[in-house]
Design a protein around this ligand. Structure first.
Ligand code: ZN
Length: 325
């Protein structure tokens, strides 16, 4: 129960031991939301777009889709940026303090921004997009004992819950435009439902034996559960953990023994460990291929095919299916 309380608004606090501060921050943030719903008291009036600052690109993309012309969205973490290691810069502080609302992933994804987000939650709505996701839908891998896996966006059906949370939070803050947020949330959810069905169908082109996904770090547990893959990351759930020499040797043996065709690098993690595994496999006589680069914790540059959430998921699924079959 205590952990769920942390998860609601400031799950990162659980990781840093700052959980005790959480109930106060939650209450303060909730109070801020309710005050802001009275016309004329919000920093942005009904005729002005809301200034919204988000941590990751995936969240910013969802806020843009749901908010449309009602929001001016800034993402702190751009392409190739690793949220597990990211620390707020001086410029970020200005973007956070100048925002009407802040959205972050939660579940300790932004582990090094905990103090900044806790402090900010006393002054404005600071919303974990995973706060309404029921705990029984979250994974708690043994390697991350006591904490939930934060990479929920890789199960498209689970990400729809984050999109709903975003829509409800925007409508709560800016009730004069609630109908706008509800209708764009509903249209985006329809698109995501079709994307989820496409993922199931496309992954279904692989046999069960072919569905082994080996990547730089454990970002794909939800993907694996949703689309039927066994998932192995060379590093742990957080990239703060470095791959050990033992892990590289053990994984290389598994790949060689099972004749796994390809393994994958990630855009926001160094490819060093994956390349070491490939080298080890080759020494053991198994030519494992580099299956391509997946986008895991960050999207591609804006305007590129994988520069938005839907395109990123399509890129990953196509890359995985093409390399493994
Ligand atoms: Zn990650």
């Amino acid at each position: 129960m205590k952990r769920w309380a942390c998860l609601g608004l400031m799950s990162a606090a659980a990781f840093s031991g700052a959980c005790e501060r959480q109930p106060a921050s939650t209450a303060e943030a909730v109070a801020t939301v309710s005050v802001s719903t009275h016309p004329g008291t919000g920093a942005a009036g009904p005729d002005h777009p809301l200034k919204v600052t988000c941590t990751t690109g995936m969240i910013a993309d969802a806020v843009r889709r749901v908010g449309g012309s009602r929001v001016e969205v800034t993402a702190l973490m751009g392409p190739g940026v690793d949220p597990h290691l990211y620390k707020a810069t001086a410029g970020d502080t200005a973007r956070l303090t100048g925002a009407d609302m802040v959205f972050y992933n939660g579940l300790v994804l932004e582990g090094k921004m905990t103090d900044v987000l806790v402090a900010l939650a006393a002054r404005k709505p600071v919303i974990a997009v995973t706060r309404d996701t029921p705990p029984d839908l979250l994974l708690e891998p043994p390697a991350f004992a006591g904490h939930y896996d934060p990479h929920v966006w890789f199960d498209v059906s689970l990400w729809t819950r984050a999109v709903k949370t975003i829509g409800e939070a925007l409508a709560g803050y800016d009730p004069a435009h609630a109908a706008h947020y509800q209708s764009s949330t509903s249209a985006y959810l329809d698109e995501l439902t079709r994307l989820h069905e496409w993922c199931l169908e496309r992954c279904g082109e692989l046999s069960a034996a072919e569905r082994v996904l080996i990547t730089s770090h454990d970002a794909y547990n939800y993907f694996g559960r949703a689309y039927g893959f066994e998932v192995i990351g060379v590093q742990g759930i957080s990239t703060e953990e470095q791959a050990t020499a033992r892990a590289i040797v053990d994984l290389s043996k598994l790949i060689s023994d099972r004749r796994i065709k390809a393994i994958f690098t990630e855009s926001s993690v160094s490819p060093k460990a994956i390349h070491a595994v490939m080298e080890n496999c080759r020494s053991a006589g198994w030519q494992v291929a580099e299956g391509g680069q997946l986008f895991s914790d960050a999207m591609d540059e804006p305007g590129k095919p994988a520069g938005n959430y839907v395109g990123m998921v399509e890129h990953n699924v196509n890359t995985i299916v093409e390399a493994l079959r």
